[in-house]
Design a protein around this ligand. Structure first.
Ligand code: IDP
Ligand code: MG
Length: 161
């Protein structure tokens, strides 16, 4: 049986969206995730095609904001990355804050850098299932790197992972 006290090592797909790139916020926002201790498993700058965007956002198809979302996410280069760590999905969502900038708490990425409903700087997977699907849309297995940090023993106890 799974022990709920132990954090589960997870991977999550994060996208620094076109507004993040345009506003020259890549470094500052990436630093939030690095500061927390999450590990980059993969990262690339790319322009998302309509076909990839439609696969990624298939769960939102039919919603009123869907056409605008596809237009926005394909409008310019984005940074797509996989972050790894204990409970990486939930930890990343907490760092990002609520979906709409005007609702997101100060101290979160969306709370500190924006006010918009659509232009909310960052995407993060919302469940292990969507993380697996989304990672496979953007990366092949051999693009995902697994490695240790030299100071890892100071960040977490070995028996926590
Ligand atoms: P999330 O990014 O916090 O997981 P979702 O509900 O999955 O939020 O929505 C996906 C993306 O669609 C949002 O990040 C945002 O860019 C856009 N979006 C969601 N709801 C709205 C809306 O009501 N108006 C405009 N854009 C929206
Ligand atoms: Mg979502």
């Amino acid at each position: 049986m799974k022990d709920d006290r132990l954090p589960t090592m997870e991977q999550t797909l994060i996208i620094l969206k076109p507004d993040c790139v345009q506003r020259r916020l890549i470094g500052r926002i990436l630093a939030r995730f690095e500061d927390k201790g999450l590990k980059l498993a993969a990262m690339k700058l790319m322009q998302i095609s309509r076909e990839l965007a439609e696969r990624h956002y298939a769960p939102h198809k039919g919603k009123p904001f869907y056409p605008g979302l596809i237009e926005y996410i394909t409008s310019g280069p984005v940074v797509v990355m996989v972050l790894a760590g204990p409970r990486a999905i939930d930890v990343s969502r907490k760092l990002m804050g609520k979906t709409f900038g005007y609702e997101a708490e100060p101290g979160t990425i969306r709370g500190d850098f924006g006010l918009s409903r659509t232009f909310n700087l960052v995407h993060g997977s919302d469940s292990p299932e969507s993380a697996a699907t989304e990672i496979a849309i953007y990366f092949t297995q051999d693009e995902l790197h697994s490695y240790g940090f030299a100071d890892e023993a100071s960040v977490m106890r070995a028996d926590e992972v």
